[in-house]
Design a protein around this ligand. Structure first.
Ligand code: GTP
Ligand code: MG
Length: 171
C-alpha cells in the first residue's frame, strides 16, 4: 500500500429500534452520550482504533426500515448487532434478523460482534442468557463474539472494538 493510504474496514451497526446503536456510534467517536432520535436512514462515521480505520454505518432499526438493511451489506467486514438486554419480548425478532443476515450472500465473510447493551438496567438479560437464546454456539460459518456493555457509560465498548481489531488479518 502507498504511504498515507490505509485499509478501511466496513462495519454495519444493526439491531432493533431503541437498541442503542446511534448512542454506541457516538460513544466510539466522541466518548460522549449524544441526544438521539430514531434514525431514519443511517449515520456514517470513521472510527480509528490503534491505527485501524473502521467506516461504521449505523442503520435505523425500525420495522419499516429493516427490509433495506441489505442495501448496506456489500463489502461489510463486521456486523455489530446491538441488543437491548431489557427487551425480552423482542429478542425473538432480533434472532430472526440475525439469521437472515448470516444467510445473506454479501455477508458471508463478515464477523459478528454482538453487544448486549443496557446492562445498567435492573433485571436485564446477561450476555450469557442472550447468547443461549440466540444459539450463538451453533454459528460455525462466521466468527462471532458477544460483549456486554452500557452505551451510557461506555463500559464494554472498548473490549468489543478490541475483539474486532484482533480479527483483522486473521482471514
Ligand atoms: N439505560 C440505557 N439506555 C440506553 C443505553 N444505550 C442507549 N440507551 C437509550 O436508548 C434510547 C435509544 O437509543 P438510540 O441509540 O437512539 O437507539 P437506536 O438503536 O439508534 O434506535 P433506531 O435509530 O431507532 O434504530 C435512547 O434514549 C438512549 O439514550 C444504555 O446502555 N442504557
Ligand atoms: Mg439510531
Amino acid at each position: 500500500m502507498e504511504p498515507g493510504h490505509y485499509a478501511e474496514h466496513k462495519v454495519i451497526i444493526v439491531g432493533l429500534d431503541n437498541a442503542g446503536k446511534t448512542t454506541i456510534l457516538y460513544q466510539f467517536l466522541m466518548n460522549e452520550v449524544v441526544h438521539t432520535s430514531p434514525t431514519i436512514g443511517s449515520n456514517v462515521e470513521e472510527i480509528v482504533v490503534k491505527n485501524t480505520h473502521f467506516l461504521m454505518w449505523d442503520i435505523g432499526g425500525q420495522e419499516s426500515l429493516r427490509s433495506s438493511w441489505n442495501t448496506y451489506y456489500s463489502n461489510t467486514e463486521f456486523i455489530i448487532l446491538v441488543v437491548d438486554s431489557i427487551d425480552r419480548e423482542r429478542l425473538a425478532i432480533t434472532k430472526e434478523e440475525l439469521y437472515r443476515m448470516l444467510a445473506h450472500e454479501d455477508l458471508r465473510k463478515a464477523a459478528v460482534l454482538i453487544f448486549a447493551n443496557k446492562q445498567d438496567m435492573k433485571g436485564c438479560m446477561t450476555a450469557a442468557e442472550i447468547s443461549k437464546y440466540l444459539t450463538l454456539s451453533s454459528i460455525k460459518d462466521h466468527p462471532w463474539h458477544i460483549q456486554s456493555c452500557c452505551a451510557l457509560t461506555g463500559e464494554g465498548l472498548c473490549q468489543g472494538l478490541e475483539w474486532m481489531t484482533s480479527r483483522i488479518g486473521v482471514r
